[in-house]
Design a protein around this ligand. Structure first.
Ligand code: PMP
Ligand code: GLN
Length: 377
C-alpha cells in the first residue's frame, strides 16, 4: 500500500491515552492538565462566541493577541518584536513546527534533532523528503552532548536545527553557557534554528527560562515557538505562536495560509482579553506547577521508582528496577496498576530503549495522590 511515511504509526500519546481509557487507568501519559483553565478565560471565550466572533480571524492571527504577545516578550525576555510582521498565531506548536519545517526543508536537506525528541520533529522532516540527523543525549543525565553536536555539524551540511528547552521528556533546561556554546559551534554555518520553547513558563527552583530570543546572534536565523496550551491549561484549544524576523515569518506564513489559513477566532480573542485582564497569570505558573512536581517527587520516593531531576516542563522521568523494556513496562503499568505513563523509547527514531518512563504531573492533587497510591502497591 502507498505510504509516504511507512515507518510512522499512531503517536504514542494517542496510544497511551487510548489504553488509559480502555483499562480505566489514571492518565499520567499524555501531557495535558486534568483541570480547567481559569474561569475568566472561559468567560471571555464564551463572550466571544455570543458576540459574533465566529468567522475567520486574520491569516497571521488576531492583532490584539499578537500585541499582547509582543508585550510579554518584551517584559519577559527584553525582546522587542513587531506584532504585525514577526508574530504568527498557529494551530498549536505542532502545526507551527510542521509548517516551518515544510517552509525550510527541501528534498535532501538535513535537520539535526536531539533525541529523545518530541515525536513530530522527525516525521515532519521526512515527509518533506529531508534527512533527520539524530544526535542522542546520554541518559540518565541527558546533558546536551556538545561534542556529538559539533561532530554532526562538521560531518553534515545541516540546514536546520530543532532544539527544545525546557525539554520534553527529560525536564532539562538550558543555561546561558549552553546558548553560548551553540553560538560558538554554529557561528560559521548557515543554519536555521527552530527553538521549541512551549514550556517556557514552567521552570522551577527559582531558575528563569532563558529564551533564544535573548541572543541577538540567533535572531536573523531563528523561529521561536511557544504554546498557549501549556500556559493557560488549554491544550485542546490548539493556539500557539511563533516569533521570527520578517523574512522568515513571511516564509512560515506562505505555508500557514495553505495548511490552516487562520486559527479559531473566539479562542484568540479570549487569550488576548485574558492576557490583558491577568498579566501575572503566566508568571505564577512555575510556583503552581512546582508544588505539584514536589508532591509527585516526594510520593515517588515511597515507591520503587527513582525519579530523575526535573528542572522544567510538566514531566518527570523515572526508572524502575523491574523495567527491562519500557514499552512492555508501561503496558503492564496501565493494565495491572491502572496508571498510564509514556515509554521514552517512543522519543527515539530507532526505538532505543533507555528503560525510562515519563509521568505527567499536570494533574489535580487528588489524582496525583491516587496515582501514587497505585504505584506504591
Ligand atoms: N513541542 C513540545 C516539546 C511539546 O511537548 C508539545 C506538546 N505538548 C508541542 C511542541 C506541541 O504543542 P501544541 O499542543 O501547542 O501543538
Ligand atoms: N506534548 C504532549 C506530550 O508530550 C502531547 C501532545 C500530543 O498528544 N500530540 O505528552
Amino acid at each position: 500500500m502507498y505510504s509516504k511515511l511507512p515507518q510512522v504509526g499512531q503517536s504514542i500519546f494517542a496510544q497511551m491515552t487510548a489504553l488509559a481509557n480502555q483499562y480505566q487507568a489514571i492518565n499520567l501519559a499524555q501531557g495535558f492538565p486534568n483541570f480547567n483553565p481559569p474561569d475568566a478565560l472561559i468567560e471571555f471565550f464564551y463572550g466571544a462566541l455570543k458576540s459574533g466572533m465566529n468567522q475567520y480571524a486574520p491569516m497571521p492571527g488576531y492583532l490584539p493577541l499578537r500585541e499582547q504577545i509582543a508585550n510579554r516578550m518584551y517584559s519577559r525576555y527584553n525582546k522587542t518584536v513587531d506584532p504585525q510582521s514577526e508574530i504568527t498565531i498557529t494551530t498549536g506548536a505542532t502545526q507551527a513546527i510542521y509548517s516551518i519545517i515544510s517552509a525550510c526543508i527541501s528534498p535532501g536537506d538535513k535537520a539535526l534533532i536531539l533525541e529523545p525528541a518530541y515525536d513530530s520533529y522527525g516525521p515532519s522532516v521526512l515527509v518533506n523528503s529531508g534527512i533527520p540527523i539524530y544526535v542522542r543525549m546520554d541518559e540518565p543525565s541527558f546533558d546536551i552532548p556538545w561534542q556529538k553536536i559539533k561532530d554532526a555539524i562538521q560531518q553534515n551540511d545541516i540546514k536546520v536545527m530543532i532544539l527544545n528547552n525546557p525539554h520534553n521528556p527529560t525536564g532539562r533546561i538550558w543555561t546561558r553557557e549552553d546558548y553560548m556554546k551553540l553560538i560558538e559551534i554554529t557561528k560559521d554555518k548557515k543554519i536555521l534554528f527552530i527553538f521549541d520553547e512551549v514550556y517556557d513558563a514552567l521552570v522551577y527552583d527559582g531558575k528563569k527560562h532563558i529564551s533564544a530570543l535573548e541572543f541577538p546572534e540567533f535572531w536573523e536565523n531563528s523561529f521561536v515557538c511557544f504554546s498557549f496550551g501549556k500556559t493557560f491549561h488549554t491544550t485542546g484549544w490548539k493556539i500557539a505562536y511563533t516569533i521570527a524576523p520578517i523574512d522568515l515569518t513571511n516564509e512560515l506564513r506562505k505555508l500557514h495560509q495553505f495548511t490552516v489559513f487562520s486559527v479559531n477566532t473566539p479562542g484568540q480573542y479570549a487569550n488576548a482579553k485574558f492576557m490583558e485582564y491577568d498579566p501575572d497569570f503566566i508568571n505564577g505558573l512555575s510556583a503552581f506547577y512546582e508544588v505539584k512536581r514536589n508532591f509527585f517527587l516526594e510520593g515517588l520516593k515511597e515507591t520503587n521508582f527513582s525519579a530523575l531531576p526535573c528542572e522544567g516542563s510538566y514531566f518527570v522521568l523515572a526508572q524502575h528496577e523491574n523495567c527491562v523494556n519500557d514499552e512492555a513496562f508501561c503496558h503492564h503499568l496501565v493494565k495491572d496498576k491502572k496508571v498510564a505513563a509514556v515509554p521514552i523509547s517512543a522519543f527515539y527514531h530507532d526505538r532505543y530503549d533507555p528503560k525510562i518512563i515519563r509521568f505527567c504531573f499536570a494533574k489535580t492533587d487528588d489524582l496525583l495522590e491516587s496515582a501514587l497510591t497505585l504505584l506504591k502497591e
